[in-house]
Design a protein around this ligand. Structure first.
Ligand code: NDP
Length: 266
């Protein structure tokens, strides 16, 4: 919905195909991608981790996260990248510089991991992970405190807060991110346990949910005067990074967002 229109707008006669691959067929699919001369591809669950052993190299953040969602052919080598967090950071940069910021992230799954690692690499100074399961929350905290902090100079402050009850955003927070799956279609009325009274106009509030993009988080944050990034913004931004890596040309983000809005009915 967004990739092929972007190719067309660039004047490229390229295709972006949806190919379903069973886990046991992953090695053959990778050999196929090489044989067909693919410039790259995206991969999703259940292949984000398993694909790594079939690649020739990894980008810095994909290596730290241990997950790949975008593969790029460079000089005959297949390199794994993770564009989920990069997409978030690039949408944020349109509004604010991540450097020096303090952020609160709800969730500790794949999206939270990608966003927190990329925010740390972009110079954010404090990450607070708020998650329902302590096991996953602590695991992400360990990753950030250890390898990620070492990769970005050692000045990162990391907190994990178990999410029981309504969370109040600390007043010194700059960026608030819903990186859970709460609000995703069809559970559109689900609300995250967040005290919206603690959101202030100085905060940037983001939601990863692309469908529907108008989540309760997005609406509540707008009503409180915050700057808002919706899940479509992040999805388009990661697509932009993928297309630019594959083609060497920057695609038209407005064309891409338009394509997605048709699908998600925004
Ligand atoms: P995961 O399954 O890895 O993680 C889900 C997270 O949501 C976990 O932290 C989980 O908490 C939390 N969660 C789910 N339901 C509840 C609940 N009822 N109460 C409290 N916490 C809850 O998913 P991903 O991280 O891969 O994806 C999350 C969302 O991000 C998806 O909806 C996906 O669509 C979106 N996404 C958007 C992208 C974009 O570009 N816009 C890119 C990537 C993802 P717990 O650990 O306690 O189970």
């Amino acid at each position: 919905a967004m990739i092929e229109p972007a190719f067309r707008a660039l004047g490229l006669d390229w295709r972006y195909l949806t190919l379903e691959v069973r886990p046991e067929d992953l090695p053959a699919a990778l050999a196929g991608a090489r044989a067909f001369g693919f410039k790259g591809f995206n991969c999703t669950i259940p292949h984000k981790v398993a694909v790594i052993e079939h690649l020739d190299g990894l980008g810095e953040s994909a290596k730290l996260m241990g997950a790949v969602n975008c593969v790029v052919e460079r000089d005959g080598k297949l390199v794994g990248e993770n564009t989920d967090g990069k997409g978030f950071v690039s949408s944020l940069r349109e509004i604010a510089d991540p450097a020096g910021k303090s952020c609160v992230i709800f969730g500790a799954g794949g999206a939270a991991r990608a966003i927190s690692v990329e925010m740390a690499l972009a110079g954010c100074v404090k990450v607070t992970i708020v998650n329902r399961s302590s096991e996953r929350g602590s695991e992400l905290r360990e990753l950030l405190v250890g390898d990620v902090n070492a990769a970005c100079g050692g000045a990162l402050e990391v907190d994990f807060v178990p999410w029981d009850g309504t969370y109040e955003i600390p007043a010194d927070t700059d960026v608030v991110i819903n990186a859970t799956s709460i609000g995703l279609y069809p559970d559109v009325d689900a609300r995250i346990a967040l005290d919206t009274e603690t959101l202030t106009p100085a905060m940037v509030v983001a939601d990863v949910i692309p469908s529907p993009p108008e989540t309760h988080v997005v609406r509540d944050a707008r009503a409180r005067g915050c700057k808002v990034i919706d899940g479509l913004g992040m999805l388009v931004a990661q697509g932009v990074i993928g297309i630019e890596s594959w083609t060497g040309q920057p695609p038209d983000a407005a064309v891409m967002r338009g394509g997605l809005e048709e699908v998600f009915g925004a």
